[in-house]
Every structure is written in C-alpha cells, then in structure tokens.
Design a protein around this ligand. Sequence first.
Ligand SMILES: *Cc1c(COP(=O)(O)O)cnc(C)c1O
Length: 845
Amino acid sequence: MTGFTPTEIKNIDAAIPVKCRNSWANHSIKSFQTADELETRFINHVETTLARSMYNCDDLAAYQALSNSLRDKLILQWNKTQQFYTIKESKRLYYLSLEFLMGRALDNAMINLDIKDLCNKSIDELGFNLEDIIEVEPDAGLGNGGLGRLAACFVDSLATGNYPGWGYGLRYNYGIFAQKIINGYQVESPDYWLKFGNPWEIPRLEIQIPVDFYGSVNTVIDSKTGKEKKQWSGCERVLAIAYDFPVPGFRTNNVNNLRLWSSQPTTEFDFQKFNEGDYDDSVSEQQKAESITAVLYPNDNFYQGKELRLKQQYFWVAASLHDIVRRFLKTSKKWSEFPDQVAIQLNDTHPTLAVVELQRILVDIEGLEWNEAWDIVTRTFSYTNHTVMQEALEKWPVDLLGNLLPRHLEIIYDINLFFLQNVEKQFPSDRALLSRVSIVEESNPKNLRMAYLAIIGSHKVNGVAELHSELIRTTIFKDFVKIYGEQKFTNVTNGVTFRRWLKQANPKLSSLITKKLGSDDFLTAPVLLKKLEAFIDDKEFLQEWDNVKLENKKRLALLIKKLTNVDVNPHNLFDVQVKRIHEYKRQQMNIFGIIWRYLQIKSTPVDKRNKWLPKVCIIGGKAAPGYYAAKKIIKLVNSVGDVINNDPEIGDLLKVVFIPDYNVSKAEVICPASDISEHISTAGTEASGTSNMKFVLNGGLILGTVDGANVEITREVGEDNIFLFGNLAEDVEDLRYDHQLGRIEIPDALKLVFTELEKGTFGNFDEYRSLVDSIRVHGDYYLVADDFESFIEAQSTIDKEFLNRDGWIKKSVLCVANMGFFSSDRCIEEYSENIWNIEPVSEQV
Ligand SMILES: *Cc1c(COP(=O)(O)O)cnc(C)c1O
C-alpha cells in the first residue's frame, strides 16, 4: 500500500488546476527532460545492464540500451498508476484475450511519452540512426490477425483514456510463425521472439499461481458448516508466472498493465522417480508444464479441438481469475460488491471457462450459495463475438473437457440445467427450443457449445460492427434474443488506435494534418479531422497531400524490392490486399481478377495497350499451416507474379507481388502506401475488419463488399468515396442454396481465367485444380462466380477515377476527414459506458 489516504488524494486532485484535471497524470510529466539526461542513462545501460562498452555498441545493443532507458521511466509511472488505482478503489476492467498482437514497442513508447524528437537528437549525438535502431526490434507477434490486433489497440486506448483497465493473456515463447516464400510456397519457421531477451517485460517471478488439471471430484463434508461440498483433488499442478508489460498512454503519465502468464513446473519435482533412476521421466513432467505456453496456435477464424489448446485456455483463465480475486479480497469489500469492482470482457469464447472458474471459486472455495454466486458471475462478465462462421465456433468434446477439468464439467452441467429449467418455464413444452439452446450439443461425440455458455454467463453480448451485430441477433443467437430480450445484445463497432496507425505508421501525413489544423489534438480527439474538409479546394494542400502518398509509396517500393527483388513504379496505382489468407476473404477472387486483367492487356493490340492504367497488385498474409486451400492461393499468387512480372510485353502495366511475412511492423509501412485496398469478403462473413480502417485513415480508398465495417465506413465517408460491389448478405443464403442444386453460372470472364489456368500458363494445373473445382464443382460456397463481374466492373470504375487526379486526392482527403469514428478510443468509451460501467481515474473537465 502507499502512503496516501483518500483525503490526501482528494487534496491532490483539488490542487490540480481544473484544466489539467482530466488526468491526474498530466500533473507532472515524468519523462526525460533533456537529451543529456537520456544519453547518460543510455551509456549507463550499455556499460552496466549490457556489460558492453560504447566502442563495441552495435544497433542491437543500442536498441536494448534505449529501450531500457525508456523502460526505467515507464516502470516508475506504472507503479504510481497502479498505486493510484488501488487507493481510488475504482472499478477495474480486465480484458481477457488469448492474443495480443502488439508489434514493436520502442517507437510506440517514444511517441506515447512524447519524446521521439528528443530520442532522435540523443541517438544521433551518440552516433546511431534512430530508424535503424527501431528496425532491430522483433515484433511481439502474440496473435494471428484482427482479433489480436484489436486487443492491442484496446490496451492503448484504455491507457490513453486513463481507464483502470488491464489486459490478461499468455506469454508464448513462440509467437505467430515467420513466413518465407520458397519456390512460391509458404514455408513456416518458428518465431522465437525472446531470443535476445525482452526489455519491455518485467518478470514477476514472485507471482506464482498454482493451476491444476485432471484429478477427480469427491463430495465431502465441510468442517466449518457441516454441509456437503465438492472437492477437486489428485491433480497435476503447474505454476503460472506473471510477466508484466507496461502499456503507456499517449500524453498521460498513466501507464497500464498487460499481464501475460508463463507456465513453469512446480518446484516439487518428482524426487521418487528421480531416485528410482527414472531421470528422463522426472524431467519430462517439467517439460510438459512448460509446453503449455510454448506456442501460439496459428489458426485465424478456425476452431481446432486440441487438448493442449484447452489447457492453455484454462491455465490462463485460472491464473487471471486467481489474480483478480486476490486483488479484490485486499479491498475488504463484500462478495456482492464484486461486480461493482470488477468487469471482465471475454474476447471471443476463448476465455469462456472463466465464467465456470469464478462460479467454482465462489461456491466450492468461498462457500457462497449457487444462486448468489451465479448472480455475481453474470453481472461481472460480458462477451464479444467475432464471427458467425460455423467452422470458427468453439465446441469442446464433453469427454475431453471432463477429463481435463472434471469439476468444471459438473458446473457446466448445472449451469445448463438451471438455464434450461428457466427456458422451460418461459416457453413451456417447446422441446425443440430446449435442445437448440442447450450448451450440450447432443451429437456423437457430445460437444459443449462455448458461445452459448458465454452468452448465458454474461450480462452483455456484443458484435463488432453493426451488420455483424445484426446478423448474430437474427441468425446464430436468435433463440437467445427470444429468451433474454434485445437489450442483452449490442454492438460496439471496432476501431484502431490513431497513435500507432496514423502518427507512428505515417509520420508525414500526421505532420501535414498537424500543420494544417494547427495542432495534433486529432490524435486524441479524432472528430477534429473533420476540419480538413475546409481545405478541400486548397490546391497547394492537395498537392502536399499527394506528395505524402507518393513518398509513402516509395518507402513501400523499397521494402518490396528488398523482400521480393521486384521493381515497382511508385507512380502507378498501388492495389493492396494484406490480411490472413482465407477463402472467405477471397484472395482467390483477387488473383483471378489479376489474371483476367493480364489476359485483357495481352489481347489488346500493342499500340492500344496504354489505355490500361498501370497497376501494382500487392498481396500478403499468412495461411494457417494446415489450411490447404489457403496455401494453394499463396502459390498461385506467386506463380502468377512470376509470369506477369517477367513478361516483356507487360512491363510496368501490371506487376504482382506477394509480400512475405505480413505482420504489424510491415502493416505500418503498407497501410500508408495504398491507393486502393481490397476488403472483398463474401457478404456476411467478415465480422468487422480493422485493416479497412487503417487504410482509409491513411488516405487510401477501399474496393470492398457490403460487409463488416465497410458498411459504416461508407456511411461516414460517403458513397462517392468508396468502391462497393457484389451481392448483399441478405442474398447469400439463397445463392448458396441454388448452387447446391447445381444452379451455378460461371461468367465468361472467369471462364477465360480457368481456361488459362488449365493451359498451364501459370504452372501445372493440378496445383490449382482444387481452387477452380471449389467454384465449378463444389457449390462455390464463397460466391466468387456470383461476384466476379461486379468485381471487375468496380475495378474499371477505379481505373477511370484514378486518372482524375484532383478528384482522387479530394476523395482521399474526405475519407481521412471522416474517419474519426473508427478510433479505438471511441470503442473504449462505448464499452465503458454501456457494458463495463467504469470511469477514467479522475474527474473529467
Ligand atoms: C490490422 C491487422 C490485421 C487485420 O486485418 P483485416 O484485414 O481486418 O483482417 C491482420 N494482421 C495484421 C498484422 C494487422 O495489422
């Protein structure tokens, strides 16, 4: 505990001038004041922490010394922030996410501490180049894609908004695999991101939380109450060790915490086995424990029922809840007040066992009555759904879960029983309804539907864009809307942090906007971007805007040259699709469209070919290692690129590049450099998308379907400033039905593409047969044939519009001016107000 009493805190608050009071932390910025101070500390870290001399200090050492210097400052503020939260006893939010796709920390820390210029000066004086040093840092790739990056944006916005909000996740030793392209194929290699240590984490080796697995359940008599209770015993035990990652807010001294757990064997290792000479076996127990947090599962939007994954989930949930409950118990408040102190957000169903674990703690350990406990549980949790796709919904086999967590299975059965009894009361004799909403799917083998458990255990359920929230209400969860009413189901449209995705990723555009608006307040008050509309006829400004885009395209062209050895002309249209490779995201449609364009150019008489707008097609993204179709798409993109890029007749008219190893730091270079980015999922399949927001925020226009957040982006920026095409979500079911009955029509343009593939122009057709057959033979589930013509037509509209330079730049400015809504700060405000009921740690002005 700290030395402050609540009265003293009130006095501190009162002493803060009203203008500064929106953050206690603004009161005194505790960062580096001078370049001298920073340099002294830097040298100190080189000589002591790293045990090197300034004479053999390379970029890696410089990165480590600079990071450690910033870390020193962060830790002090982080400690003060946490003390302050404790004194205030304000309600806290815990964001449970199995993924945090953080990317690099150094640049972000400099920006959020507002000392980048100072660092630049120091590092220069010390004889280094700051940009090179930033590049040394490996990405923290503890996530697959959008879901993990969302969690990373949310912790940034929580800290910036001075909200008492923590993240809880796992400290994987191996993040998302690194992708290499060899002969056009994806080859995965392990991402051992901790190789050179990690200056951004604070190991809390003293925080060791035991987590149990397996064992059995007995009924025993409680010695205190004389009542029966359940006892779970005979377990295998592992330890969860806390590693804390300070999360600095932007221009506030507030530093929040991201706590990631690492698994370790218990220190009680099997001495008996050791003494009996079974040395290997006694050690292998230890290795088993460590394997729990060894590696991130590399699936995006896909469920794979592996026991180790369930172990990861419970390990993480049990450690986090133990930590949360321990912190609550220090307040000496009553259990009934728990939901007034704690809000827990479930990022997808991955942490759903937390619902069960809290009920177990309250009933089995704390001795509360079931109903009292259940009321606390449901007032504490809320659940974010991220998909309506069946293959992505978690369903754990009953036997698997019952073996690993026997007591939890009993509790799930009880939760289900009481729930179904209530449904039965509400809708007597609707037995079909009961079986539809039961947590237990009566399949063979029986499965537990985790989304249903998450809904039943939460007070709010949200989708991540309006269209998606509407779809969950009317399709996969419609029975639950009938049972609980509309108000339990809500929407919070996703957002991104403007600090990373505008200021950090695009310093040139950020500076131009700052110059024009007279301040950079738009970074925390993004509605201010709207003021850019006033300059829509300012010729000089439009020219500067265009120059920034060109500079960013040159930066990307250099990266492309380095990674692929392909030369691309930054003056040509950059058409970008980067995201996880997935059939529903339809990179296959993109590449078919590129092939079609290539064929059209080839069949145009040579002297007329310059009617085609020269275009650079950029595709990137990782395929899950076991996802056959996605890997075929990657191979096709690379093969098509090889042919087109080396066709002397084509030259600059068309280039196709696959950027290997797409990750956050590459996204920061790619997003500012698009003229067009593609977000072309089959309508109704992409819950929100967030890279659509990043691209438009950086002045690129969208070629997209009426799906996810594209709908709301259209509403904000105006229909004239986005290129939409394709069938609507409401038509998808009927089209699929038709296809199943064999009613499918392949448009001529697509037939042309298939014929060319069959000819072997891009390599042996056997390689791509499955991609074609899934459309021609297997019902075209993702409606590529249905949308292809409209896709091509939208591209030809783009080609025309791009030539109208003035008009195009204006569209770009108008887009940025109207992207304020998509700040993750706005998301956090909505969650805080409507779901979490939490407030910033001090009075707002
Ligand atoms: C933003 C982001 C994503 C999400 O992209 P979508 O197009 O919305 O699926 C995935 N990966 C990385 C590295 C990102 O930065």
